[in-house]
Ligand binder design. Structure first.
Ligand code: URA
Length: 441
């Protein structure tokens, strides 16, 4: 078999067989296929796409390039949740404890921040002492005792994806729907959960800028999951506005705690209730309506919050900051961004909001740079709100005052204020299952 022939086949719009895909991935990981040939193949996929059989075969091959996590030591059904990335997306910190409190297990491996989007592992590491690296035995132990655990993704999970992603990043082939589907689902299959809930974001802060693209990606990922024997559902959720009010690592943990205590922002609470209910549905807990009721009950009773405290303690974290979030270390400097005119906020460039948080120190410049856990911003006004000139739009937090002027300029540009109010956008657009698409808005 020759890589040259496989590139030509894809370039001409034909489908590769499972054996051909197996050969290509294995030889690429073994460094027997050079990057320039793989780049040509990826670009051919970008233009020609892939069939359902091809994406399944490629996902399974990429998943099997590293460790296939065996979760059989965990008692009960395990359900994973994956978000395609957003700004202010702290849903994993809220949903994990809720689902655990309803008796479905969550054994989650999460990533670090990527570009303008934050990562759950970075958020958790803002809790003093919290360990995101556990042995497999300790990980299973925490899940069995508390009901959920979140750790960092092991370096050996789908290593072929790491190599392919790095190549896509420099060859303008990241935004290919089949390649994103393969990349996300290979890691999900390798992580070993019985069921997978996908939170596919759409809007200015997401990879998928339109609802229709998000649905196409969701359909491909659901098909891969189901064909690989995992129960899979996707929700298409809005990322045209940051989720909740807080952006930045410890600021997001604080907002997650507020939400679990029943007084979080309405948008964040609604999305979390929907996501958690769908995870319970996948976990066999009954109809969606029944699952939603269960979710609200464990928030109201405080049981979901108790699970977060228990998980933090089980992973070496100082639960004092969860029990009283005023104890989180504060950024030494704060700066208000004020409205430049009077009117209604009609849009917020969500990607820019993520970049502002990054500029304040909440993200990494390079893979190895340090994060400022207390840096970020709190949004006081969002789309639909009326503001008067001079009203505070947001408060920015940083450890160095000189970071404010540039960040402020960027934030002012990201927020559009106009005379007329725009219609509110839905938070959840659609639900995609193996049976089809249910439009919710
Ligand atoms: N997230 C991933 O894990 N992979 C992609 O290709 C895009 C987003």
């Amino acid at each position: 078999m020759r890589m040259y022939d496989l590139i030509m086949k894809k370039r001409n719009g034909e489908s590769l067989t499972r054996e051909e895909i197996q050969f290509m991935i294995r030889e690429y990981v073994a460094d027997n296929i050079p990057d320039y040939q793989m780049s040509a193949f990826l670009m051919a996929v970008y233009f020609q796409g892939m069939s359902e059989e091809e994406t399944l075969a490629m996902t399974q091959e990429v998943a099997h390039s590293g460790e296939m996590v065996d979760l059989t030591a965990i008692q009960g059904v395990t359900v994973d949740k994956h978000s395609t990335g957003g700004v202010g997306d702290k849903t994993s910190l809220i949903i994990g404890p809720i689902v655990a409190a309803c008796d479905v297990k969550v054994a989650k491996m999460s990533g670090r921040g990527l570009g303008h989007t934050g990562g759950t592992v970075d958020k958790l590491e803002s809790i003093p002492g919290f360990q995101t690296t556990l042995t497999r035995e300790s990980f299973f132990d925490v899940v069995n005792k508390v009901g959920f655990s979140i750790i960092g993704q092991s370096g050996n999970l789908a290593p072929a994806d790491k190599k392919l992603y790095a190549l896509r990043d420099v060859t303008a082939t990241v935004d290919s729907i089949p390649l994103i589907a393969v990349s996300v689902m290979s890691k999900k299959l390798a992580a070993g959960n019985d069921c997978i809930l996908l939170d596919v974001k759409t809007g200015s802060g997401a990879f998928m800028k339109t609802v229709e693209d998000a649905i196409t990606l969701a359909k491909e990922m659901v098909a891969i999951g189901e064909n690989a024997g995992r129960k899979t559902v996707a929700l298409i959720t809005d990322m045209d506005i940051p989720l909740g009010h807080n952006i930045g690592n410890s600021l997001e943990v604080i907002e997650a705690v507020d939400t679990l205590r029943g007084h979080g922002p309405a948008d964040l609470t609604e999305v979390c209730v929907d996501l958690a209910a769908n995870m319970l549905f996948l976990g066999g807990k009954g109809s969606l309506t029944k699952c939603k009721t269960m979710v609200r009950e464990v928030i109201d009773s405080g049981e979901a919050f108790n699970r977060l405290v228990a998980m933090v303690e089980a992973q070496g974290g100082d639960s004092a900051v969860i029990l009283d979030t005023d104890k989180f270390a504060k950024a030494p400097y704060a700066h208000e961004v004020k409205a430049l005119k009077t009117g209604y906020i009609t849009s917020m460039d969500t990607e820019s909001c993520g970049i502002v948080s990054f500029m304040l120190g909440a993200g990494r410049e390079t893979k190895d740079s340090e994060i400022d856990y207390s840096a970020g911003l709190i949004l006081h006004k969002k789309v639909g709100d009326f503001v008067k000139e001079g009203d505070s739009l947001a408060t920015m937090y940083a450890s160095r005052e000189e970071l404010f002027p540039e960040a402020k300029k960027r934030y002012e540009k990201a927020v559009r204020i106009e005379d007329d109010r725009e219609d509110e956008k839905p938070l959840v657009y659609a639900r995609v299952t193996k049976d089809g698409i249910e439009r919710l808005a």
